[in-house]
Design a binder for this molecule. Structure first.
Ligand code: NAD
Length: 328
């Protein structure tokens, strides 16, 4: 591929990805399956890697999420809420491990494996242990203020056991049973059903009436600390234990792995077991446990170098959504 061809292809890919990203992140109504989006994004990444001077500031490869909706008050994230790099197979996981160990040198590396719950990333801010703000990720630096909606979610503590100043991140989601009940009710009322639990959760929280959010039976798992005043924490696992003690719901399937072999075994187990859960997951998130090593590894423009998201293999690649795409 020469530079002219690359420029042309990148323009086409960016246009498509921007359109799909807008429907997914801003409107909560995807028009193509995730696998199709990921395939195009990977194609874009490969071309950008071959021609680094063609990477633009607004490329989907360096941007997180979508712009906040105008009718919400905006919230500036003190620490950006980023995306995650992807791993699609065992080799990608081994490559991730190799990159991590290059940074770590002789220090042994441990990973924390977490279920990647398919919902909406939110940030919760507590002052003196009291919930003062809840926000969406938005474009990573600016989110939407959805405090009143998040207060209706029973898994969101309004007051913590410790009087701490804390910003915590987690995934708000709709359990499968609630999703089915909601869509049945929507169909009976002649309304358009939600495409999947992720969009149902996002649609329930990104609207202005807390009474609607309250009826939707949402839940939340927290998975990381953004900021914490007055307490030293050395590892991600320790952080999760602290969050649990202080009153948050932390996923019980979270596991500490001492090697990439254990990480691979964990991902394989969940490819099989994913449908047994009461909520949807779209992969496994693997994070370096040591916060010191996380700090040393840092971030790319879009995601931390110390974490990756293993995406489950596609179960049905051609879906109704693809048919819709052909008609737009
Ligand atoms: P990502 O895959 O990069 O992952 C980051 C997100 O994972 C976080 O923001 C958080 O919401 C979530 N998460 C769940 N559990 C987590 C855990 N334990 N730890 C950390 N994060 C956790 O997400 P992204 O940046 O929003 O975008 C990529 C995803 O969105 C892809 O799966 C892509 O297919 C999908 N997408 C689909 C379309 C479409 O049109 N179908 C468009 C855009 C994006």
């Amino acid at each position: 591929m020469d530079k002219n061809q690359a420029t042309k292809q990148l323009t086409e890919l960016r246009e498509k990805l921007e359109k799909y990203g807008y429907h997914y992140y801003v409107m909560d109504t995807p028009i193509v399956p995730d696998q199709e989006y990921d395939r195009l994004l990977n194609e874009l990444l490969e071309i950008e890697e071959m021609f680094p001077d063609l990477v633009t500031d607004d490329s989907p490869s360096v941007r997180v999420g979508g712009a906040p909706l105008p009718h919400f008050k905006k919230v500036a994230h003190q620490i950006p809420m980023m995306s995650l790099g992807n791993a699609f197979n065992e080799q990608d996981l081994r490559d991730f491990d190799r990159r991590v160990r290059q940074f770590a040198g002789d220090t042994p590396v441990a990973y924390i494996c977490e279920l990647k719950i398919d919902g909406l990333a939110v940030s919760l801010t507590y002052e003196d242990g009291k919930l003062v703000r809840g926000a969406t990720r938005g474009d990573g630096t600016t989110g939407e203020d959805i405090t009143n909606n998040l207060k209706t979610v029973s898994a969101v503590p309004l007051r913590l056991k410790n009087q701490v100043d804390l910003e915590v991140r987690g995934e708000a989601y709709m359990p499968k049973r609630s999703f089915e009940a909601l869509n049945n009710a929507k169909k009976e009322a002649g309304e358009e059903p939600f495409a999947n639990p992720r969009n149902a959760a996002a649609g329930s929280l990104r609207q202005l009436d807390p009474k609607i959010a309250a009826k939707r039976n949402l839940s939340l798992y927290v998975y990381s600390i953004g900021e914490l005043q007055g307490k030293e924490i050395d590892s991600h696992y320790e952080g999760l234990s602290f969050l649990k003690e202080t009153g948050f719901k932390v996923n019980t399937e979270t596991t500490r792995c001492e090697s990439i072999e254990d990480v691979i075994a964990y991902t394989e187990t969940w490819v099989e077991k994913r449908h047994d859960l009461a909520y949807e997951i779209d992969g496994i998130v693997i994070k370096v446990d040591s916060l010191q090593l996380q700090k040393e590894m840092g971030f790319t423009a879009k995601s931390p170098r110390w974490a990756t998201a293993y995406k489950f293999p596609a179960e049905e690649v051609v879906t109704k959504l693809l048919d819709i795409e052909l008609n737009i």
